[in-house]
Each structure stands twice: as structure tokens, then as C-alpha cells.
Write a protein that binds this ligand. Structure first.
Ligand code: NAD
Ligand code: LMR
Length: 346
């Protein structure tokens, strides 16, 4: 990345946070202390995400944890002249220290897909990783907001919920599946097709985070555009297959890392703003929900001082979206049940 591009990225991140700092009436010196832990920090997502969190002025402590490689990543990131103090932690016996005092825990730990695999094919490895990390979170920072990136998100979030329930610390307001990348993709693809400024685009994406369970609501997209049914179908399919598009393009070298780090950083920033009391922080996320008959569902949520403060309903849907909603329910239900069963059996 050219230095000038990097500076504008850094100042864009800083600007969005400084604006809210000013609105809240505190100076940069009195921004609350916030510790963020990244679990899986030496991975493809983890490294870029750690960089982006180091650029976020709302973070005062950044704990980078992985089973290997974190000393190097932490030393590297720690030289960046921004607010947060960085520490690297490696291996099980340093996990407690990494987690203690965390306000937000971001989990991109686990294996990514290769071409030909579904996200559910990652279940056998990633379910165990998520379960053990969440057991540690329950013990060392039970009040943190937990943002789950590890796939299959449709199952890993229910696993986390069960682990927290068993430990007696479950608070549904504090557990989030990160579906921001679906929103990021929907915005980008819509802006391209509708020929509108991507910076002004909003598209809710609901359901879950795998194939047809990803349901972008282009009927609610703004700015409005007169797209044909065929265009909407193509945009929907491309958003649902966005992850596979990257997996195939990377040809065996993993899945989305850079766009995911960007999306994860946006979502973590929203959590920090919510915790700091910024009003009207709204993002789509996969959370415990009663807006459908499914116990977990992604929709717009308002994030505040205690985590999820409001889960928004779906709003008016087109006939095509209504069909998509009914079609996704069996798969999403079965992924949720698979996660719950795993957490309770193992
Ligand atoms: P990666 O293999 O590059 O990195 C994963 C990291 O996790 C590695 O550094 C590994 O050492 C670490 N790890 C493994 N077990 C661990 C443990 N017990 N504790 C801590 N760290 C551990 O993979 P990646 O490309 O960064 O992807 C990570 C995960 O994110 C995958 O499951 C992938 O499918 C998922 N993902 C989700 C989204 C989303 O939208 N939610 C998007 C992209 C990728
Ligand atoms: C994505 O949407 O890019 C991620 O879920 C990774 C994947 O396996 O597609």
C-alpha cells in the first residue's frame, strides 16, 4: 500500500471515531479506556484486523492472541504510533492474560475454506476451537461483547451461546455473529449495478451467513434505483456467493481476509461506539432473535452500552425476498441445531 493511501485509511478510521468523540462531548484525552482482544490474530484475517484495530482511537489496549506467530505480529503492529498499547499472547497458558479486562473480543480463529468446500465443512475443526475459546471467555471476561467471525457462523454463534449458558454467564445481548461482510458486498455490488455513489449506499442483509441463508434486502436499498427483477436476482446470487467467489479466486490459498478484516473492524468499531454510549449505532448482525421462529437470525440491531439494545424487524419484503426468507429457514435451523447439539454433547 502506498504511504499516502495508508495515511488516508488511517485518517478515515480516526475521523469517523473523532467525529463521534466530539459529538459525545469528550476530548480525545478522555476517551474511555477500552481493551480489545483478537483471537486468531496471526491469521489471514487476524493480522489485517489487528492492524485496523491499532488504527482505531477508541482502543486503548489491544491483545493479540493465537496458538502461534503472535510475538511477531504484536511487535510489528506495536510500532504504529497510535493510541493503543499492544501485547501479543501465544498458546493456551497465555489466553487468560489476553482476555482479562477485555471489553470486546473478536474471534477470527479457525480454518478457512478451500475450493469445493461449504462453510459447514469447516464445522468439525472450528466448532472445537470456538468452544474452547468461548469457555475461556466465560471464565476470564464474561462481560465482554463477543464478535464471532469463525465459520460456520450459523453454527458457531449457537455453540458460543451454549458454552456461555453452561458457564452461567450467557447474556444474549453480548454475542454477535459478524455478517458485516455480506453487507459490505451487497453495498458494493448494488452501487456498481445501480451506478450510485457506493459511500451513500445502504442495504440490509438478513438471515445467516452461508449461501441461501444470506438474504440481502435490495427492495430496501438506498439510494433507490430502478433495477429489473433480473438484476435483483443476479445481485442477490452474487452476494450469497461472494465468499465462494473469493475462495475460488484464491485457488486453495484460503478465503476472504482483507475485506473481512475491513468488515470486522467496522463491526468492532460499532461495538466500541455502542459501549461508549454513542446513540443510534445500527449494524446488521446474527444474534439471538425472535423476529422469526428461528432462535438466531441476522437483522439490523441497535448496539448500546449493554450490547444489543434492539433487534429490528425485517420491514416490508418483496415477493422474491419473502420466498428467499422461507427457503433459508430449514438450512439455518439445521445449522443452529447442529451447533447446539455439538456444544451439549461434547
Ligand atoms: P487463517 O488460517 O489464515 O487464520 C486462522 C488463525 O486461527 C491462524 O493463525 C491459526 O493459528 C488460528 N487458530 C487456530 N486455532 C486457534 C485457537 N485455538 N486459538 C487461537 N487461534 C487459533 O484463516 P482466516 O482466513 O483468517 O479465516 C479464519 C476464519 O474466519 C475461518 O473460519 C473463515 O472461514 C472465517 N471467515 C469468516 C468470515 C465472515 O464473514 N464471518 C469471512 C471470512 C472468513
Ligand atoms: C466469506 O463470506 O467470505 C467467508 O464466510 C469465508 C468463506 O468461506 O466464504
Amino acid at each position: 500500500m502506498r504511504p499516502s493511501m495508508f495515511r488516508s485509511l488511517q485518517s478515515a478510521v480516526a475521523r469517523s471515531s473523532s467525529a463521534h468523540i466530539a459529538r459525545r462531548g469528550y476530548s480525545a484525552d478522555s476517551v474511555p479506556e477500552r481493551k480489545v482482544a483478537v483471537l486468531g490474530a496471526a491469521g489471514g484475517i487476524g493480522q489485517s484486523l489487528s492492524l485496523l484495530m491499532k488504527l482505531n482511537p477508541l482502543v486503548s489496549k489491544l491483545a493479540l492472541y493465537d496458538i502461534a506467530g503472535t510475538p511477531g505480529v504484536a511487535a510489528d503492529v506495536s510500532h504504529i504510533n497510535t493510541r493503543s498499547e499492544v501485547a501479543g499472547y501465544m498458546g493456551d497458558d497465555q489466553l487468560a492474560k489476553a482476555l482479562e479486562g477485555s471489553d470486546v473480543v473478536i474471534i477470527p480463529a479457525g480454518v478457512p475454506r478451500k475450493p469445493g468446500m461449504t462453510r459447514d465443512d469447516l464445522f468439525n475443526i472450528n466448532a472445537g476451537i470456538v468452544k474452547s475459546l468461548c469457555s475461556a471467555i466465560a471464565k476470564y471476561c464474561p462481560n465482554a461483547l463477543v464478535t464471532m467471525i469463525s465459520n460456520p457462523v450459523n453454527s458457531t454463534v449457537p455453540i458460543a451461546a451454549e458454552v456461555f449458558k453452561k458457564a452461567g454467564v450467557y447474556d444474549e445481548k453480548r454475542l454477535f455473529g459478524v455478517t458485516t461482510l455480506d453487507v459490505v458486498r451487497a453495498k458494493t455490488f448494488y452501487a456498481g449495478k445501480a451506478n450510485v455513489n457506493v459511500a451513500e449506499v445502504n442495504v440490509p442483509v438478513v438471515g445467516g451467513h452461508a449461501g441461501i441463508t444470506i438474504l440481502p434486502l435490495f427492495s430496501q436499498a438506498t439510494p433507490k434505483a430502478n433495477l429489473s427483477d433480473e438484476d435483483i436476482r443476479a445481485l442477490t446470487k452474487r452476494t450469497q456467493d461472494g465468499g465462494t467467489e473469493v475462495v475460488e479466486a484464491k485457488a486453495g490459498k484460503g478465503s476472504a481476509t482483507l475485506s473481512m478484516a475491513y468488515a470486522g473492524a467496522i463491526f468492532a468499531d460499532a461495538c466500541l461506539k455502542g459501549l461508549n454510549g454513542v446513540p443510534d449505532v445500527v449494524e446488521c448482525s446474527y444474534v439471538q432473535s425472535n423476529i422469526t421462529e428461528l432462535p438466531f437470525f441476522a437483522s439490523k440491531v441497535r448496539i448500546g452500552k449493554n450490547g444489543v439494545e434492539e433487534v429490528f424487524g425485517l420491514g416490508p419484503l418483496s415477493e422474491y425476498e419473502k420466498e428467499g426468507l422461507e427457503a433459508l429457514k430449514p438450512e439455518l435451523r439445521s445449522s443452529i441445531e447442529k451447533g447446539i447439539q455439538f456444544a451439549n454433547q461434547s
